[in-house]
Design a protein around this ligand. Structure first.
Ligand code: GLY
Length: 367
């Protein structure tokens, strides 16, 4: 097991990563649950519950806890005001005290919703993240961002609320559908692109075996990603600066997802992968980054099965103007200027608002 500390002073916590960590959850949780936290609400979804709840419950019971499952339907629709209200009601009905601990057991949706509920319940109770998807293990479970979606857009209502512990069992990833696993990989690769060329080179050689189930390779990929995320979150917990680097590929990616109505045509990770290619192409066109690096990014993503060009999206091609319109409304835009994460090369990303719309339009129209 690898332990990655997130050194946030009084909000510090550890991320425990490795094959089989689920079975150690009870013992690990003992170290962070308050003295009176015997009853542990476990918020999960029906898919995760069917596959993995018995193993978690056994481990918690062996450690003397009483797990109380709250099982939600799978899918993004639970990141909503109505499910938030229901969840808060359920937690209050279980008489969770201020010193209690709520467990989020699932992917990004469960983590974001549960973290938000914990953040506002009785003005904040502790919560634990047990992420079960690759995306949530390397990104959303770490760093304390929590949110629900609204009719005005995704993740627009939420709080920063750091978990007390993160337990990422890489064995659990074996039950993920292949498309979901690959989608999560976009967020792994993002770390190499934004700040670590050696990690990207390692991924060029090892990503296929990691995704095919090589335990050591996937554990290394998750641990290294978490280490990089922890480092960024410690530098900039509330995204006043460097944390925005984690949005590499997301300005383009969100525009694609929005234009496609968040449909099955493109998952979040697939949109981020395409967005990373676009960010590197834009960087190359603006003379910021060697063309060879942009080609290397695209070749790697294509080699492991991602679509890398807008033209490869089946059905109606998202238009350049429409995509630009979504980018102008991105929640990261400020003073009417869009925020881009561009790069001076692989591993050398930076945040800028200094991009002309005409350059973005030309790129999107020709991709
Ligand atoms: N997922 C981006 C962040 O945590 O800042």
């Amino acid at each position: 097991m690898t332990v990655v500390p997130v050194e946030l002073g009084e909000r510090a916590y550890d991320i425990h990563i490795g094959a089989g960590t689920l079975a150690q959850s009870g013992a690990l949780m003992k170290g962070v649950a308050g003295k009176n936290a015997h009853n542990l609400p476990v918020v999960t979804d029906a898919n995760v519950a069917a596959l993995h709840y018995p193993a978690l419950a056994r481990s918690l019971e062996d450690a003397g806890f009483t797990p109380l499952p709250i099982v939600l339907p799978p899918g993004e629709q639970t990141k909503s005001f109505s499910y938030l209200e229901n969840l808060l009601d359920s937690l209050l009905a279980l008489e969770i005290e201020r010193g209690g601990l709520v467990v989020a057991f699932g992917g990004g949706v469960i983590g974001d919703l549960t973290g938000f509920a914990a953040g506002i319940l009785k003005r904040g109770v502790a919560f634990a993240q047990i992420p079960t998807t690759l995306l949530s293990q390397v990104d959303s479970s770490v760093g304390g961002k929590t949110a629900i979606d609204t009719r005005h857009g995704k993740n627009l209502v939420g709080v920063f609320h750091q978990p007390r512990i993160v337990i990422a069992d890489t064995d659990v990833l074996k039950t993920l559908p292949a498309r979901e696993l690959l989608s999560g990989y976009a967020e792994v690769m993002k770390y190499g692109l934004l700040g670590d060329e050696n990690f990207f080179a390692w991924l060029e050689t090892n990503a296929s075996s990691a995704l095919a189930g090589d335990e050591a390779a996937i554990a290394h990929a998750v641990a290294h990603s978490c280490r990089m995320k922890a480092d960024i979150v410690v530098r900039d917990e509330r995204e006043a600066g460097d944390r925005a680097l984690l949005n590499l590929g997301h300005t383009f990616g969100h525009a694609l997802e929005t234009e496609l109505g968040y449909s099955d045509l493109l998952t979040h990770g697939e949109a981020v992968a395409m967005g990373c290619v676009l960010a590197f192409q834009l960087s190359a066109r603006l003379g910021l980054c060697p063309e060879a690096d942009a080609i290397r990014v695209e070749n790697h993503l294509a080699a492991i099965g991602f679509r890398t060009r807008i033209a490869q999206i089946s059905g109606k091609r998202p238009g350049a103007e429409a995509l630009l319109g979504h980018m102008r409304h991105d929640k990261k835009a400020e003073g009417g200027r869009m925020t881009f994460i561009l790069a001076r090369g692989i591993g050398k990303a930076f945040v800028t608002r200094d991009v002309e719309e005409k350059d973005v339009l030309r790129l999107l129209a020709n991709d």
